[in-house]
Structure formats: structure tokens, C-alpha cells
Design a protein around this ligand. Structure first.
Ligand code: NAP
Length: 470
């Protein structure tokens, strides 16, 4: 563990030094390495939290027969398990997916399990293209007179620089902007549905703990001048959390019965990690320590259904419990500015024909991380996250103290059990163990105590016992 922290600290130090003295291209590479190091720290903390709060990561399914849910990216990964659980509740699930055949194949597999009662409809949707989103929304609105739930789940991570057909960087377009447009188009129908049924409809944005590493680069949202895939993913996931907070507070202000949640599903073993350094050099780690897609779906479904969350929109959930968001996500100025920019990018004046942009948002707003200067970035970044780094380290230390205590009790229990077999047998196992470990002094002590020869004799008569000790 100490080695891990030493490596991370050295990486930060190298990044900092080269950020000060290096050339722009080198600065960018090291800035990327700094991001990567921070990601590994955040990821490890995420895995730890998933273990610590594993007991919390459970939700109850409720009967929702006749209700309609729309989900993006429901044909692969965590989305499939969310679809399965919503079908178990009896909902009619509309899957928006790029490949309809894949969606229908998955539906068949889910239905063949025999435990689901709901219905599925698959429509073609590319969340990265405004035209496709508008066609998808039109089809949904035409076909379904009600929409009770919208799960904005589709996502991409760490992809090379590319622009969507509307001219936006792909992380920003798919993870954030496309979902904003889809929400804008479906929200009026959700409001009607909520008014009719008398309880809130819900919008669930599947974000990530990676948002903690993010910052909104207002100067260059597409990051075209300085593209770092991990920074771009973090920015898009932070934008999703900010969107959640802004939309929910606006809906509340207007007394509209729709609530919005953001969710971190956990660190989940899906194809999202394909091509990452971790999956390339140690593909055995994710299946061993990450959540399964079924476990990853729990918090999303909790946000969709839990009665305890009724009226508690605007929250960010992880392991089915409300969790703190980054300082930037809670910043009202950032929320207002991003909201206004989002409206202009999706080319609408009023969100869902109801919610306009905040008047008088400060046009001369200065984003602290807007500079491309490597030195300034690293200095501000380090200072802003130093508190969080300490929290992460505290978590690690607490976790390892717990593990050490657990191991110590297990050893004591084991020793106690062995002693129950009899003093001589215990000594024999000590001799064998010491031989294996090459501790000749322990072996010598056993011989001096006179147990070694006696034990060998005993052993010859009870060979079967060796399987218990070896
Ligand atoms: N896995 C994790 O550890 C983790 C952690 C935090 C947050 N998340 C978030 O959880 C969500 C689901 O991730 P996952 O792990 O299930 O990933 P995944 O297995 O890679 O699945 C991603 C899904 O998104 C869909 N998608 C991607 N781009 C799309 C586009 N342009 N239009 C329509 N659909 C698109 C994919 O559909 P296709 O089959 O058409 O590609 C697929 O169904 C993502 O938003 C991700 O950021 C995941």
C-alpha cells in the first residue's frame, strides 16, 4: 500500500516539475499523467467504498405495471441489468440503442429467464447526434401517452478525440449534451404523466465518481486545444451532475412534479474499460475487485424507484446512499453559466418550453481552471484537491486497520483451533510451517523442546492428518 502511495506521490511531483519547466507538448503529456494518477486514486477509493458500503447497495423492486420507462444504452453493460429490473417491476421499457438487433437480442435473453413481466420496445438512438435524438423522441412521444421514468445511462469513456456530427467533442456530446436535449424533448410528457398519477416522475442521470476529477473548461468546452481523454470524460460527468442540480432546483422552483437524480453506479466490470491501461496490463483485476453489472444497477434502480427518495431530487447517489459532490458541482455560478450555455448549444430558448436561462448570470465569470498553462493548472488542481486526497488516504488507512484487525483475529482463532487438536500436533504443524518458510530457528526450538522426534513417529502412524495441516 505504501508503495502505491509513493508511486502516486512521485508521479504528482514529476508532473508538477515538468509542468513548471517543460515544453507545451511535454506539459500536456504530464498533465495527462497527473490526471491518470488521480483517476487511479479515485478509482481505488471507489472500489474501497463499494466494499465498505456493499450492504447498502440493495434496493427493493416495486410493482409498476403500466408505467413507461425510457433508457439510453440499455443493450449493453449496466443498462441491461437496469432494464431487467424495471421489467421485473412490470414496466414497459423503451430502450434507445444504436444497434436495434443488439437491443432485441438482449430483450430475448432477458425474457427467456422467465422472471420478467414487463414489455420492451427498442428504438434506434445515437445520443451523440441531435438529429437521431429528435427522431427517437418523436417516436417515443407518438407511441407512448405517458413517460414515468427517464434513465440517461448511455456513455463513453476515454475515447480518442473526435467530433460529433453537430461539432462537439464526443464525451461532451454523448455523456452530457445529447442527454440534455433528450430530457428537454421528453420532459413535457413526463410533467403531464406526473400530474395525472399524483406522484413525481423521475429522471436519473448516470454520472460517475470521475466527476470529482473534473472541471468545466468554459473557455474550450470541446477541449480542442488541449485534449486529454480522462479530463474530457471527467468534465462530461461533472456537467451531468451540474445539469441534475440545476434542472431539479428549477423544477422545484416552478412546483413541477418531476425530480432529478445523479448516480455513481460503482466501479463496474463492463466493456467501458476496454482499451484502458488497467484492462490491458492486468485484465484479471476487474473481474476480481469491480462490481458486477447487476450490482452496478442497484443504485440506478434505487434512484428510479425508492419511495424514500420521493421529493428528494437533486441528490447524487452512490451505493444507494446520498453522497457529496465536488465543490464545482454545487457552485451556483457554474450551474447558471453551464445551463445558459447548454440552452444555446442545443438551440432552445426555454428548456421543455418552460425553464429559461437565469437572467443576469455573470458574463465575465472567471473559471479558475480555464488557463491552458500547465503550471497554473497543476498548482490550482493540487490545492483544490488536496483536502480530498487527504480524505482518500484516511479512508485507505482506516480500511487497512480494519483488515489488519480482521487478520489478527483470524490468526488467533486459527491458532486456538490448532491447539484444540493437541499440543503435539500443533508443534508438528509449527515445524512443518517453519520448514516451509525456512525458519530454521523455529525448527531448532521445536527440536529442543523434544517434540520433533515424537511428532515424526506420531505422523508415521497418522498419515491422513497431514492433509489437514499441509
Ligand atoms: N462501468 C463503470 O465502472 C462505470 C462507473 C461510473 C459510471 N459509469 C457510467 O455508467 C454508464 C453505463 O456504462 P457501462 O459501464 O454499462 O458501459 P458500457 O458497457 O460500455 O455500455 C455503454 C452503453 O452506452 C451506449 N452508448 C454509447 N455511446 C452511445 C451513443 N452514441 N448512442 C447511444 N448509445 C450509446 C452503448 O451502446 P452501444 O452498444 O451501441 O455501444 C452501451 O449500451 C455510462 O454512462 C458510464 O459513464 C460506469
Amino acid at each position: 500500500m505504501y508503495a502505491f502511495f509513493v508511486v502516486i506521490t512521485i508521479l504528482f511531483a514529476i508532473c508538477y516539475c515538468i509542468g513548471v519547466h517543460g515544453k507545451p507538448a511535454i506539459k500536456q503529456s504530464f498533465r495527462a499523467a497527473g490526471y491518470q494518477a488521480y483517476y487511479y486514486l479515485l478509482g481505488s477509493k471507489g472500489i474501497l467504498e463499494d466494499y465498505v458500503y456493499a450492504e447498502n447497495n440493495k434496493t427493493h423492486l416495486l410493482p409498476k405495471v403500466g408505467e413507461v420507462a425510457v433508457i439510453t444504452g440499455g443493450a449493453r453493460g449496466i443498462g441491461v441489468q437496469v432494464v431487467k429490473k424495471l421489467l421485473q417491476c412490470g414496466m414497459h421499457v423503451v430502450i434507445g440503442c444504436r444497434n436495434i438487433e443488439a437491443g432485441e437480442r438482449v430483450t430475448k435473453v432477458i425474457k427467456s429467464c422467465g422472471t420478467v413481466s414487463g414489455e420492451v420496445t427498442c428504438f434506434q438512438l445515437d445520443v451523440g447526434a441531435f438529429k437521431s435524438i429528435k427522431t427517437f423522441a418523436e417516436l417515443v412521444l407518438k407511441r407512448f401517452p405517458r413517460i414515468d421514468l427517464l434513465v440517461n445511462n448511455a456513455g463513453i469513456m476515454f475515447v480518442p478525440y473526435a467530433k460529433s456530427e453537430d461539432g462537439f467533442e464526443s464525451h461532451f456530446a454523448v455523456n452530457y449534451l445529447g442527454h440534455c436535449l433528450l430530457t428537454h424533448l421528453l420532459l413535457p410528457r413526463m410533467i403531464d404523466t406526473a400530474k395525472e398519477k399524483g406522484t413525481n416522475c423521475r429522471i436519473v442521470n448516470v454520472s460517475s465518481c470521475a466527476h470529482l476529477a473534473g472541471s468545466i473548461n468554459f473557455k474550450d468546452l470541446s477541449m480542442s486545444t488541449c485534449y486529454i481523454p480522462s479530463a474530457s470524460y471527467a468534465q462530461s460527468k461533472l456537467a451531468q451532475v451540474i445539469f441534475t442540480k440545476s434542472l431539479d432546483s428549477k423544477l422545484r422552483k416552478h412546483n413541477i412534479p418531476v425530480q432529478v437524480h445523479a448516480v455513481h453506479p460503482g466501479i463496474v466490470n463492463t466493456e467501458l474499460f476496454n482499451g484502458t491501461l488497467l484492462k490491458t496490463i492486468a485484465p484479471w483485476i476487474p473481474p476480481l475487485v469491480f462490481k458486477t453489472p447487476t450490482q452496478g444497477a442497484e443504485t440506478i434502480v434505487h434512484a428510479c424507484l425508492a419511495p424514500a427518495l420521493e421529493g428528494c431530487g437533486g441528490s447524487y447517489l452512490s451505493n444507494c446512499r446520498e453522497t457529496a459532490v465536488s465543490r464545482e458541482a454545487d457552485d451556483q455560478e457554474v450551474q447558471d453559466k453551464l445551463w445558459s450555455i447548454m440552452l444555446s448549444l442545443i438551440e432552445v430558448e426555454k428548456f421543455a418550453n418552460l425553464l429559461g436561462s437565469t437572467p443576469n448570470f455573470p458574463l465575465n465569470y472567471n473559471c479558475p481552471l480555464k488557463s491552458e498553462n500547465g503550471l497554473l493548472f497543476l498548482a490550482v488542481y493540487t490545492v483544490r484537491h488536496i483536502e480530498r486526497c487527504f480524505q482518500v488516504i484516511k479512508h485507505f488507512i482506516n480500511f487497512f486497520i480494519h483488515v489488519a484487525k480482521g487478520v489478527a483475529s483470524a490468526v488467533l482463532l486459527f491458532q486456538h483451533r490448532l491447539q484444540q487438536y493437541g499440543h503435539e500436533r500443533w508443534n508438528y504443524s509449527a515445524v512443518k510451517a517453519s520448514e516451509a518458510a525456512g525458519f530454521s530457528s523455529m525448527k531448532k526450538k521445536a527440536r529442543d523442546d523434544g517434540h520433533y522426534g515424537a511428532m515424526l513417529e506420531w505422523y508415521r502412524g497418522h498419515k491422513d492428518i497431514r492433509y489437514q495441516f499441509n
